[in-house]
Design a protein around this ligand. Structure first.
Ligand code: NDP
Length: 359
């Protein structure tokens, strides 16, 4: 029975997240993306932060009253992974088969998706935002449950580093929800379609792979990382957060109100009369300094676990490196097409792609 429930857990939780996304109050915002074949901007109902805390509370209460152990999701993690895998496949197939082909090959359509934007009841729920909401919330539940397992196993010998790494991951997730609207201005929203990459990616990969640093370390004893080293690791995480959040917010404010300063940085721009690009602040350091930030954050989290020579935890930042290098290439191609000579001027002025002076 528990095994079947373990399998069904991701399906039940993602359905609950959908219901809460629709039912709970939220802010209606105008996004950055326009509706297909129209100049009208999409509208979104954003309430991720409320949905997130409600789901975490629903996880916490039965644990607190000892009805369902806090580490139940950890105990049935392989069944949960299998259930999420099945749900991700079914979702991707269902969402792709419903719409006409956009590419020659069905497999490419399945992977990249066909429909650009899919909304329920005029935006009350949006497929892409729901997928991110599901992935991030499920990741948090996994992290909490894995850490609960570590605490139950080692009690007063538990590792401060494991607790810290989960706290940093929680910070990363809550930060996403606080700035959920900024996500409307990102590549996933304006360049991706809803298919396997996004659907399976958010239902399976995001919650089960991004927690790989805990999968590989929660059973291990406290490595007794010194406090000053933990402090350095937190600083690495925070410096990554400053780069990533800073760049994303600077661009967000610029797109909403091109004259507006951010952190006292007055926007400096280049323009060809039609389009304008930012060339100072975070966007003057490298063309995707936010990607470096993301990699630094993941590295800080992994280092905190206290096993820097284990390969398992490093899979998380390593995956970011692969994803973000290929994302940067795709995005640069897209920008070169969209902005033409203006992009060439920007590339000359800001030559580094991701890491200043290195790449
Ligand atoms: P960016 O936020 O870098 O957005 C790229 C877009 O910004 C370009 O397509 C262009 O779009 C616009 N742009 C680029 N340069 C300029 C400029 N100089 N001035 C004005 N606009 C510019 O990339 P992403 O959307 O990929 O990433 C957003 C965030 O999400 C990042 O922090 C990234 O690290 C994070 N991320 C996280 C992942 C995760 O799994 N945790 C995965 C992928 C990304 P336009 O046509 O609108 O001008």
């Amino acid at each position: 029975m528990d095994k079947a429930l373990g399998f069904l857990a991701p399906i039940i939780i993602s359905s609950l997240i959908f219901a809460l996304n629709v039912i709970l109050p939220g802010r209606w915002v105008t996004g950055y993306v326009t509706k297909t074949n129209s100049r009208e901007k999409m509208r979104y109902h954003l309430n991720g932060i409320y949905v997130f805390f409600t789901v975490v509370l629903i996880w916490f209460v039965p644990g607190y009253f000892k009805v369902i152990p806090f580490d139940w999701l950890y105990n049935y993690r392989w069944f949960g992974l299998a259930g999420a895998f099945a749900a991700g496949m079914i979702f991707s197939l269902a969402v792709v088969l419903r719409y006409p082909p956009v590419r020659k090959s069905f497999l490419s359509d399945l992977f990249f998706g066909r429909i650009e934007n899919l909304q329920f009841r005029g935006g009350l729920a949006d497929a892409k935002m729901w997928l991110y909401l599901t992935g991030a919330t499920m990741l948090e539940l996994n992290a909490l449950s894995f850490t609960a397992h570590h605490l139950a196993l080692y009690r007063d010998q538990a590792s401060t580093g494991i607790i810290l790494s989960t706290a940093l991951l929680t910070y990363f997730i809550i930060d996403y929800f606080i700035f959920e609207e900024v996500h409307l201005y990102t590549y996933d929203l304006f360049a991706e379609r809803v298919g396997f990459k996004l659907g399976w990616g958010c239902i399976v990969f995001y919650p089960y792979f991004y927690s790989v640093f805990l999968w590989s370390t929660v059973d291990l004893p406290d490595p007794h990382t010194s406090s000053w080293l933990l402090f350095v690791y937190v600083l690495i995480f925070l410096s990554g957060w400053i780069l990533s959040r800073g760049a994303n917010l600077q661009k967000y404010f610029f797109k909403k109100d091109p004259g507006r300063s951010f952190l006292n940085i007055v926007p400096e721009t280049i323009s060809d009369g039609n389009n304008t690009l930012l060339v100072n602040g975070f966007w003057g350091i490298s063309r995707h300094v936010n990607y470096s930030g993301e990699i630094l954050m993941a590295s800080g989290i992994v280092l905190c676990t206290g096993y820097p020579t284990l390969i398992g935890p490093w899979l998380y930042p390593l995956y970011y490196i692969l994803l973000l290098i290929s994302r940067q290439r795709d995005d640069d191609k897209r920008c070169a097409l969209k902005y033409g000579d203006l992009w060439k001027t920007y590339v000359k002025r800001v030559p580094y792609r991701i890491i200043p002076y290195i790449y």
